[in-house]
Design a protein around this ligand. Structure first.
Ligand code: NVA
Length: 313
């Protein structure tokens, strides 16, 4: 609507930028209400949701399964090897078959083109539970956690250290939508993709947030309210592990780096974490860590998202 064609009213959620700023605000505030114990409306009563996974999962699988249950619905999970999405059966056919059984498809895939194809062929809403390009449900939980800990999002600064990957992408778009500032420090060759920066900058021009590509982790975290990092080797990149470990050697979030952030800054990580790689030993137990609140918020914010998609307009 305001920003991009992908903001046109849709019930798919493939990118954070599929939500308008108003919808995003509503989802985050509803998620915090749910966290405080407000009863969840049973918007999925009598409905079924397919959880279609091409990659492993702990948080996403469990939190979506529970979210669907807690909204009165019935989740059906399929593991990475069962379906053979795009191998045993074309993506278009899987989308059309599932649409005859369920009311929503939550999918974790490799290429983003796969989730786009699912959405194009499905007759029911499709939710991105992580693709190589985006992890929008994670960004929702990240923003909820920042809002709960920092009191607001507008004008707060989030520093992302490391790979310009799916989590970094969804977070920069989300930060821009809510008017938070975002600084990223990535090693050369692993920066956010140019079209992502362009899209985030376009949103930021409307919301007033500042998006900055910093030269060093120290520059990125200086005075930041939030310090964030993710793995150096994402699912599907295992073949590049050695090369990536070398490239990311200076991209660790540790106690020394945290000192450069604003006093009282919080530390976030989407998990799973590799202790001694992208985070120093003890970072999950650091007083600044809100990592387990962030993991908990996946459940609340995904319920809030499903209420947004399935609740009465
Ligand atoms: N960037 C990571 C996030 C895992 C939650 C991956 O894609 O594997």
């Amino acid at each position: 609507m305001l920003y991009f064609p992908s903001c046109m009213p849709t019930r798919d959620f493939l990118s954070v930028a599929d939500l308008s700023p108003a919808q995003l605000k509503r989802v985050l505030s509803r998620a915090s209400d749910l966290r405080k114990g407000k009863p969840a409306p049973q918007v999925l009563k009598g409905k079924s949701v397919a959880l279609l996974f091409q990659k492993p999962s702990l948080r996403t699988k469990l939190s979506f399964d529970l979210a669907v249950h807690q909204l009165g619905g019935h989740p059906v999970y399929t593991s990475p090897d069962e379906v053979g999405l795009g191998k045993r059966e074309p993506v278009e056919d899987v989308a059309r078959v599932l649409s005859r059984y369920v009311d929503c498809i939550v999918a974790r895939v490799f290429g983003h083109d796969i989730i786009e194809k699912l959405a194009a062929y499905a007759g029911v809403p499709v939710v991105n539970a992580l693709s190589d390009a985006e992890h929008p449900c994670q960004a929702l939980a990240d923003l909820q956690t920042v809002q709960e800990n920092c009191g607001s999002l507008k004008g707060k600064t989030i520093a992302f250290i490391g790979d310009g990957n799916n989590c970094a992408t969804s977070l920069v778009l989300g930060a821009a939508l809510v008017g938070a500032n975002y600084r990223i420090a990535s090693p050369e060759g692993y920066e956010l993709r140019e079209h992502v920066i362009d899209k985030a900058q376009a949103i930021a021009r409307q919301s007033g947030s500042k998006i900055v590509e910093a030269r060093t982790p120290e520059e990125a975290v200086l005075g930041a309210d939030v310090v964030y990092t993710d793995v150096w080797i994402s699912m599907g990149q295992e073949g590049e592990a050695e090369k990536r470990r070398k490239a990311f050697i200076g991209s660790q979030v540790n106690k020394q780096l945290m000192v450069k952030a604003k006093k009282g800054a919080i530390f976030l990580h989407p998990l799973p974490a590799h202790h001694g790689e992208e985070i120093g030993i003890g970072m999950l137990e650091h007083p600044a860590s809100r990592v387990f609140d962030q993991a908990e918020n996946r459940l609340h914010v995904q319920k809030a998202l499903l209420i947004e998609l399935f609740g009465k307009a």
